[in-house]
Design a protein around this ligand. Structure first.
Ligand code: EPS
Length: 388
């Protein structure tokens, strides 16, 4: 399976084409829309989310509720487009018009300046429109399709926020995945710890009042994966590395860890490895899951646990210093609108991109021409791994 996305933040729409889907897979458009909604509603979002009401339109690859095995095209309309038609139109404009509309003041922390230098754009809007996190809407739609593929392996995928602006969620050991899922879905900061969620909200309010923004940490958990997705045999086949890339491809993400993650640097080996056990019903499992479901770049059958860290959004109401690329004069940035915290939304995006990479790995390993074959071959293989 492979896909491409296209679309500018204030252009008419976002588009994705996914190729290599199993044929005959049930796909519920409302299930995709539900995930799009989850991405939009988090606490700390700015004015743009009051304009957009993301809904997917499928224009190829689906018939009577089931995939055809041909490319699936997903389209999400940008409602804000109607306010940007002249700025973002495709027809040539006069030099005078062009200069009048030019963005020449790069925002620190954004792709603006580097993208401008790299592609020799004198209008930084040519960079910021595509580097915008708006693109993540369509990746959430791709993630919803990927979750349908993962259902062939009875996978459960969930994501929650574990930290915002230095406030950490405390989650008692042994909390079930179902409980985590239910609590995070109910929370507008997508955090399972109600007490921490309250403090996170207060921190977001404070940051907003001060013209500042906040980052945080999100965690994705996936159960039900078979042993042996990915491979140790070649560097670019290691699946944890692919998940790390997917996580870092989310706008503003700066780091990734699995299981105990960076804590492993401080622990002795006996507190990091997971002891192996076997029983007839479950086959090989581990006594703990400190390695987050990966050994040798392959899934080991334990839940995948992966976290990503998001920096605070770089568009600040509190002005930061930069330089105008035409005059080279110093200026302090002024902002029309921005989110003060997008970490809750980012957890839904993280869930989607991780689901997408795992679905690709599942289709790499198993016969995915038809959904029925996929279910059958996974089941057969899981029986084999239990008995091995
Ligand atoms: C974004 C800036 C804001 C966000 C946007 C990402 O948009 P605007 O510039 O139109 O105010 O709202 O996020 C989305 C549109 C979205 O759907 O998540 C940026 O610069 O990355």
């Amino acid at each position: 399976m492979r896909f491409l996305t296209a679309g500018e933040s204030h252009g008419p729409e976002l588009t994705a084409i996914i190729e290599g889907l199993p044929a005959g897979m049930p796909l519920d458009v409302e299930m995709i829309n539900k995930d799009l909604k989850r991405r939009q509603v988090g606490y700390g979002r700015g004015g743009r989310m009051k304009i957009e009401q993301d809904q997917v339109r499928i224009t190829s690859g689906l018939r009577h509720g089931k995939t055809l095995g041909s490319p699936l095209t997903l389209v999400i309309e940008n409602k804000d487009w109607k306010n940007w038609q002249s700025v973002m139109g495709i027809d040539p404009v006069t030099e005078k018009e062009k200069v009048k509309r030019q963005v020449t003041r790069p925002r620190p922390g954004h792709a603006d300046l580097v993208g401008g230098v790299k592609y020799n754009h004198r209008d930084l809007r040519n960079v910021l429109e595509r580097s915008s996190a708006r693109e993540t809407a369509v990746r959430v739609a791709i993630g919803a399709v990927s979750k349908a593929i993962l259902s062939a392996s009875d996978c459960e995928v969930m994501a929650h926020v574990t930290e915002i602006g230095g406030i950490k969620a405390s989650i008692s050991e042994g909390t079930s995945l179902g409980d985590l899922k239910m609590k995070s879905e109910r929370s507008d900061v997508r955090c399972c710890d109600e007490n921490a969620a309250g403090l996170m909200r207060e921190a977001i309010d404070r940051a907003k009042k001060e013209g500042n923004t906040l980052g945080g940490i999100v965690e994705v958990v996936v159960t039900g994966l078979p042993i042996g997705l990915g491979s140790y045999t070649q560097w670019d086949q290691k699946l944890d590395a692919k998940l790390a890339q997917a996580m870092l491809s989310i706008n503003a993400f700066k780091g990734v860890e699995f299981g105990v993650g960076f804590e492993a640097a401080r622990l002795p080996g006996s507190d990091v490895m997971d002891e192996i056990i076997w029983d007839q019903s479950q086959g090989y499992t581990r006594k703990s899951n400190r390695l987050g479901g990966f050994e040798g770049g392959m899934t080991n059958g334990m839940p995948v646990i992966v976290r990503g860290v998001m920096k605070p959004i770089p568009t600040l109401y509190k002005p930061l210093e930069s330089v105008d690329i035409n005059t080279k004069e110093v200026y302090t940035a002024s902002v029309e609108r921005s989110d003060s915290c997008a970490v809750p939304a980012a957890s839904v995006i993280a869930e989607a991109v991780i689901a997408t990479e795992l679905a690709k790995a599942l289709l790499d390993k198993f016969d995915g021409d038809s959904y029925t074959n996929l279910i059958g071959t996974i089941k057969e293989y899981k029986n084999y791994t239990t008995e091995y």
